[in-house]
Design a protein around this ligand. Structure first.
Ligand code: LLP
Length: 463
């Protein structure tokens, strides 16, 4: 349907020419498989089901808002990444995207490793039985206490992010009489095509040690000179929600160049390189993410080629996808509360959650899709903005989308692709209670992170 033929007619004409959004899908009841998790479908009555369970039952049993995570899809994505990279590479799931003890167990069972970036994530990983040697510890300002716990636990690698940290980790390891395996995180000077706040390889930012001015080479010198450290490789993470492989290619090339310089200066060939995470997913039908096997092939081809030309042994590659694994596996289910049509503008649809369960729209101007899921509708599309219940006008969940014009209070709507960085960045703003995460698999649903209660809030507030 063309925009000019939009049935909302002249009422929405001004907004329609602004072009902030795609034209409405021809069929608002259709579920684009790019943005919904794999077991999502509609039942005979038109209600959305996941893992064979309908949303009405899920809402009744677990309440709204809630995140529903498709466990078989999560596991399948883990296997796809592991298979794509094969036995000569390592996949570390980035726990910051979403971590819970159940997730750790799934990762362990599916053969993935885990990247953690705080003491809290480390505790969750160890508590759920992830072997320490399969854990990588990240962060630009790890506390001494965190470093001590990581070294004591025997994590497989600590990714060093500053000159101070090189010394701190070396001292901690030496005091304990161990050699800690480490990588050095470098900034390769790539401008990733993504939001400024989630781009991390240009030089003017807080992560890593710059390659360009010789700082990274100096960091390598220091790390190699300290007894407490076993330098196993170089790490680079260029940013997040990236579709274009060009940035990864430049990053891989520059990291391999550094490996060659290290070989020339120190006579050492470091055995590993880590190219980080950051692969984009589909939030709307306009996004076209790559499959893990394409990504694996592109990365391993470039590393192999660069190593051949530098006459280096090809190092073991590792990657750290977070969003690309968990992002597409969950949706957030909301109940519609109020509806305000604004003449000549758009219709505001308020749901029972908002920026406290999804801050990404407010923070990054992120785009999401939304669908009416408790039923189908043959009504005309109406241009909506889905907003939350918080005291903030920037409390937007989906900026511009189309929902059927007969939408009413009590209808359930769902926002797909909220598995990554939604629950993990959720807040208690306005003393909102953070929603539960419910894993759904083959006709069974179970809470893996429970809903917060008002008692939880009062327990933290010591009066
Ligand atoms: N490795 C490192 C060192 C990272 O810093 C990150 C993400 C990842 C891996 C995983 O990136 P992913 O594959 O999930 O894109 N809150 C932002 C994203 C921040 C990402 C921070 N680091 C968002 O909601 O888009």
């Amino acid at each position: 349907m063309s925009r000019s033929a939009h049935p909302a007619g002249p009422r929405h004409a001004d907004v329609l020419t602004e072009g902030h959004y795609s034209a409405p899908a021809a069929d608002l009841n259709a579920l684009d498989e790019k943005v919904w998790s794999r077991t999502v479908t509609r039942d005979a009555d038109g209600a959305l089901t996941v893992g064979g369970i309908g949303v009405a039952r899920l809402a009744e049993e677990f309440g709204t808002p809630a995140y529903f995570l498709d466990e078989s899809d999560f596991r399948a994505r883990c296997r796809a990444w592991a298979d794509a990279f094969g036995p000569d590479a390592d996949v570390f799931y980035a726990g910051k995207a979403f971590l819970s003890r159940a997730v750790v167990r799934w990762l362990k069972e599916e053969g993935l490793n885990l990247d953690v970036c705080s003491g809290g994530e480390l505790t969750t990983a160890l508590d759920a039985g992830m072997p320490a040697e399969r854990i990588a510890f990240h962060g630009n300002n790890k506390t001494v206490a965190e470093i001590e716990r990581a070294v004591e636990a025997g994590v497989g690698r600590i990714v060093l992010d500053s000159f101070q940290e090189i010394v701190r980790v070396a001292h901690t390891a030496q005091r304990r009489g161990v050699r800690q395996r480490v990588q050095i995180r470098v900034t390769v000077g790539v401008e990733a095509h993504t939001h400024e706040f989630i781009a991390t390889a240009h030089e003017d930012q807080k992560f890593g040690i710059a390659l360009a001015d010789g700082q990274a080479a100096e960091a390598v010198r220091r790390a190699l000179s300290l007894d407490g450290l076993e330098l196993i490789g170089i790490h680079s993470h260029i940013g997040s929600q990236i579709f274009d492989m060009a940035g990864f290619e430049v990053s891989a090339r520059r990291v391999v160049q550094l490996l060659a310089e290290i070989r020339d200066e120190h006579g050492v060939e470091l055995p590993e390189i880590d190219l980080g995470g950051g692969l984009g997913i589909a939030y709307t039908s306009d996004d076209d993410p790559r499959e893990p096997h394409e990504i694996a092939k592109a990365l391993s081809d470039i590393v192999t080629r660069e190593c051949e030309s530098a006459k280096l042994r090809t190092p073991r590659i590792s990657v750290e996808p977070g969003r690309a694994i968990v992002g597409p596996t969950a949706f957030t289910l909301y109940e519609v509360g109020t509806i305000k049509p604004l003449e000549g503008l758009r219709t505001y649809v308020s749901v029972d959650g908002g920026m406290s369960d999804n801050i990404r729209t407010a923070l990054y101007d992120a785009e999401y899709s939304v669908a009416l899921v408790s039923r189908t509708s043959e009504a005309e599309p109406m241009l909506v903005r889905v907003v939350g219940k918080h005291c903030e006008s920037g409390d937007i969940v989906v900026k511009d989308a189309f929902l059927p014009a007969d939408l009413g209070p009590g209808d359930l709507i769902a926002v797909p692709a909220t598995g990554a960085y939604c629950r993990s960045m959720a807040s208690n703003y306005n003393h909102a209670l953070r929603p539960p995460v419910v894993a759904v698999r083959e006709g069974e649903a179970r809470v893996i992170v429970r809903r917060e209660t008002e008692e939880d809030l009062l327990r933290l507030d010591v009066g």
